[in-house]
Design a protein around this ligand. Structure first.
Ligand SMILES: C=C/C=C(\O)C(=O)O
Length: 270
């Protein structure tokens, strides 16, 4: 198979898994070993197809920023994926049963940009100037690959294992919060399941965002005003099941919550 055919084949396998709700085998067996560029080519096909279908790209997520998550997944480098508007779950609306295949929940800092970040060598000053506000966020990661048996190539090809996300409702300007020292606690059904601080996200959520800004500018697709950036987990991921309720508290940013509906739950669902 040619390299191009392999990229298309991996994209088709992941698409079928998403369509049927049946996780697929790792796609790293289809792509050249450890070829992260080929994996991003698979991700690009997903993004292009999504845009052609009318989905609205609203920003990017950064993944694999925390040592705890890197250990959980056995992957030692950050990556990024695309965020679409239809992946946002409003706070207060439960997540419908069956919407995701193998969900896990992470607590992170979200940044919303008020200006473009076009440079390949952005500085902290550029980022601080460009960020309109921060929010607490939950990312619900989900792997299209059976049993989360992923390496870097699998997760990059699979849109950085992104599923859904929930944003807190109170924007905080960056001059009001120290993101590096901010402590995070994530509870599941009232029990603490994950803890960390901003330092656990590549040293600081701002450092993670600078990595993303530089990487995307280098690829000719820079971050723009209005973009949402999920900067990466501050602590380990927690497995989610129907009926579970999660709340994250991040110092200086407040709380954000979500719930997974059970099949018997009535009412509106995301
Ligand atoms: C597999 C996904 C990992 C992340 O989203 C993260 O570490 O933030």
């Amino acid at each position: 198979m040619s390299a191009t055919d392999a990229v298309h084949e991996a994209a088709a396998v992941l698409r079928e898994a998403a369509r049927t709700g049946v996780p697929c085998p790792p796609v790293r067996t289809l792509l050249p070993e450890e070829d992260v560029a080929a994996a991003y080519a698979v991700q690009r096909l997903y993004v292009e197809r999504s845009l052609a279908e009318g989905r609205r790209l609203v920003g990017r997520k950064i993944g694999l920023t925390s040592p705890a998550v890197q250990r959980q997944l056995g992957v030692g480098q950050p990556d990024f994926g695309a965020l679409f508007a239809d992946m946002a779950v409003p706070e207060g609306l439960p997540i419908a049963p069956g919407r995701l295949m193998q969900p896990k929940v992470e607590a992170e800092v979200a940044l919303v940009l008020g200006a473009d970040l076009p440079h390949r060598d952005p500085t902290a000053a550029d980022l601080l100037r460009a960020t309109a506000f921060a929010l607490p966020a939950l990312e619900i990661v989900d792997s299209r690959i059976a049993g989360w048996d992923i390496g870097i190539v699998d997760t990059v090809a699979d849109n950085a294992s992104c599923g859904l996300y929930v944003l807190g409702g109170t924007p905080v300007p960056l001059d009001r919060v120290d993101l590096r020292d901010a402590a995070m606690t994530l509870t599941k059904n009232g029990e603490t399941v994950s803890q960390g601080t901003g330092r656990d996200c590549l040293g600081s959520p701002l450092t993670a965002a600078l990595w993303l800004a530089a990487t995307l500018a280098g690829l000719g697709d820079p971050l723009k005003a209005g973009d949402l950036v999920l900067t990466g987990a501050l602590g380990p991921m927690a497995v989610a099941a129907e009926g579970d309720e999660f709340t994250a508290r991040i110092d200086g940013l407040g709380t954000v919550s979500t719930a997974f509906a059970s099949a018997t739950t009535q009412g509106a669902r995301a």
